[in-house]
Write a new protein. Structure first.
Length: 306
């Protein structure tokens, strides 16, 4: 009885795939591979060809994301292998995702960011008041800073060296300048709006055929009202009227609101200047966080039902 032929990838396809991958400079190789072998393209190609011939599943796990749709199609002859089939389905869902794949991907990213945020909260630094203020000084000022004593930030702290105090004061001066710059920018926008309104009113006055004392009075009153509204709004933005004393509880409440805004900003992907979201979104270990949560909830439900 003749033995059935074992399916395999064509030699030409292997040659083309390993040749192209061997030319990628930052291609991953295990640490056990000698550095000299990993830097020489011919040795890299030899290593890739050996792995592809002996363990196609591991090859797809390591380098599948580097393959094109056409290159992946050469692995279809090996779909009888469960691992290989899983990798092919996974890679194709990334390259050409369905609506369900997109929904699943979005939910997975959201959960991973939530899990990472929980880690940051436990760590205590990233979402500390000082760290959040450094990232968003003006937003902190509007929520909390304008109700705090500004001189306290420049004072030496217990156990702090003088050089550290001077460095912190220098950094504080930079943050204060950022706050003032944004206040000035917002103030200029408000002033420009006032000027535009005044110009519109002047044009309306010129178009009027008759001007009597009564209409002039009405226009003047309207101008004064508009200016007063803008003054109130500018005062809120700049903190001029925000000098009233708040209780400790009220400041804590505003700090919680500020923290909530910063957390939403992180989850929305707007902290790209401070974090690498690609590493977070692709970190499969963060899925364990929700497995532990689910197991803990199941245990609590079990004991509640007893």
């Amino acid at each position: 009885m003749a033995n059935s032929a074992i399916p395999t990838i064509g030699s030409e396809a292997k040659e083309n795939i390993t040749q192209r991958l061997s030319l990628i400079d930052d291609l991953y190789f295990p640490r056990k591979v000698q550095p000299s072998a990993a830097t020489d393209s011919s040795h890299r190609k030899s290593l890739l060809a050996d792995l592809l011939s002996t363990d196609a599943a591991v090859f797809l796990e390591r380098y599948g994301s580097k393959l094109s749709v056409e290159e992946l199609s050469h692995f279809d002859v090996l779909r009888g292998d469960y691992e290989i089939n899983w990798h092919l389905n996974h890679l194709r869902s990334i390259i050409n995702p369905t609506v369900e794949d997109k929904k699943s991907r979005s939910a997975k990213i959201k959960n991973r960011r939530l899990a990472y945020m929980d880690k940051l909260m436990v760590d205590g630094h990233y979402f500390s008041e000082d760290a959040m203020r450094e990232r968003e000084p003006y937003l902190h000022h509007e929520y909390v800073g304008k109700f705090q004593d500004p001189y306290g930030r420049g004072m030496a702290r217990p156990g702090e060296r003088w050089s550290e105090t001077l460095m912190r004061r220098s950094e504080e001066a930079i943050l204060v300048e950022k706050i003032r710059s944004e206040q000035q920018m917002l103030g200029e926008e408000e002033e420009q709006e006032e000027e535009e309104e005044q110009e519109e009113e002047e044009e309306e006055e010129e178009e009027e055929e008759e001007e009597d004392e009564e209409s002039e009075t009405e226009v003047a009153m309207e101008k004064e009202t508009n200016l007063e509204v803008h003054r109130d709004h500018n005062a809120q933005l700049s903190g001029v009227e925000g000098t009233e004393n708040l209780s400790t509880e009220e400041i804590e409440e505003r700090l919680e609101q500020f923290t909530s805004v910063m957390q939403h900003k992180f989850l929305s992907g707007k902290d790209e200047q401070h974090l690498d979201y690609s590493k977070i979104d692709e970190d499969e270990t963060l899925d364990d966080h929700w497995m532990k949560e689910a197991n803990q909830d199941a245990e609590e439900k079990y004991f509640d039902d007893i």
